[in-house]
Write a protein that binds this ligand. Structure first.
Ligand SMILES: Cc1cc2nc3c(=O)[nH]c(=O)nc-3n(C[C@H](O)[C@H](O)[C@H](O)COP(=O)(O)OP(=O)(O)OC[C@H]3O[C@@H](n4cnc5c(N)ncnc54)[C@H](O)[C@@H]3O)c2cc1C
Ligand code: SF4
Length: 332
């Protein structure tokens, strides 16, 4: 019988200082697990699929909580709850795209406990991987989803390499559109990286969706003021209205002057292992009047090069329509 409700033993650490947490990660290396709100972590443990020797509960580290305005924009501690991000007045007034995206994550209960850092760092939701099967992402040498009979309607359209799982996070495309920077700390110091370096696909590392190393922590996310007050659009389509991951979502930040699109950043989740920035769309719409015609062209350009698998072909028109609506309907 498979026991699914009892976790294997581990050493639990509950540091209150960042330096102590980093020291523990250094000592345990790959055997340590970082836990924020625990919504992703605890499921892995209960299913007995991930069996870390040590769990570092980060929730007591005060300096990783909270939101503050800075001269360059806004800095959000990685442990800030999704609810606090959604309700924060700076985010709501200047970077509404992020609060709109957060509002679409899971349920109010999950948003009360789940953190912005955990949401951006969450693992792939592919059913085979979550079931504990030895696929590529789990260190094996096959993909169970990429077969003629594989359950793959939720899988990727772009940039697949052995694994066809997608980025499941609703906040990730909004962070791409807002050109967020990620503050990563280890005992050796701090590095600040952009979204293209933070989110990684199977060509870079097939076993992880983010580039944070075992001895490192994501401590904060910075949103530059470059996009403050832009026209924003977020939309998510899932199989049901509540409590479900996106089939496809879209996030757009568009600067419009006298009706003309000056610059933009547009991204979709649910279509590749990383939230996919749509630079082709950004180029197509630059300098054009915001309206239905250019929006339709944007939607068509967004899906160029898509390579569906057996059961996810519906994602192509879905993605095109979402991008069309984002470009047409983004508002201040
Ligand atoms: C039923 C259900 C429905 C859901 N629906 C959605 C949805 O619709 N949209 C959506 O976007 N998400 C959804 N989620 C995912 C949920 O939002 C995430 O699991 C949650 O946000 C993770 O946050 P957490 O703080 O609980 O992270 P944890 O579970 O603690 O951590 C998640 C992962 O991130 C790593 N991690 C956490 N913090 C850090 C850090 N500071 N530095 C480095 N690594 C870190 C952990 O090691 C772990 O691998 C759903 C989850 C459940 C259980
Ligand atoms: S899509 Fe990726 S996670 Fe899913 S079975 Fe294939 S290799 Fe594993």
């Amino acid at each position: 019988m498979v026991v699914k409700d009892m976790m294997p033993n581990f050493d639990l650490f509950q540091p209150t200082q960042l330096k102590d947490a980093l020291g523990i990660l250094d000592s345990y290396g790959k055997d340590a697990w970082k836990m924020a709100g625990g919504y992703d972590s605890l499921v892995w443990f209960k299913e007995r699929i991930k069996r870390p020797k040590a769990v570092v509960d980060l929730s007591g580290i005060a300096e990783m909580h909270g939101i503050k305005e800075t001269p360059d924009g806004v800095e959000i501690g990685a442990l800030t709850s999704l609810t606090d991000v959604e309700r924060n007045s700076i985010i709501k007034t200047k970077y509404r795209l992020l609060s709109d995206a957060v509002a679409k994550v899971a349920s109010p209960q999950i948003r009360n406990v789940g953190t912005i850092g955990g949401n951006a760092s969450q693992d792939a939701r592919c059913l085979y991987y979550r079931y504990g099967l030895p696929c590529y992402r789990a260190g094996g040498n096959t993909c169970f989803a990429d077969t003629p009979e594989g359950v793959n309607r939720e899988h990727a359209l772009f940039d697949t390499d052995r694994c066809i799982a997608v980025s499941p996070s609703d906040t990730a495309p909004a962070l791409v559109a807002l050109d967020a920077k990620f503050v990563i700390r280890s005992t050796k110091g701090e590095r600040v990286i952009g979204v293209e370096e933070f989110f990684i696909g199977p060509k870079v590392d097939i076993t992880h969706l983010i580039s944070v190393q075992p001895n490192e922590l994501l401590t904060a996310i910075r949103i530059p003021k470059t996009w403050a007050g832009a026209h924003f659009y977020f939309e998510k389509v899932a199989d049901r209205e509540a409590f479900d991951f996106a089939l496809v979502n879209v996030a757009a930040a568009i600067v419009v002057s006298n009706g003309t699109i000056e610059r933009s950043r547009v991204a979709c989740g649910g279509v590749s292992a990383v939230p996919r920035r749509l630079t082709v769309v950004e180029e197509v719409i630059k300098g054009k009047p915001q309206g239905a015609d250019i929006a339709k062209l944007a939607g068509q350009s967004a899906v160029r090069g898509a390579r569906p698998v057996n059961y996810n072909q519906f994602k192509i028109p879905l993605m095109a329509n979402l991008v069309t609506r984002a470009v047409r309907d983004a508002r201040a």
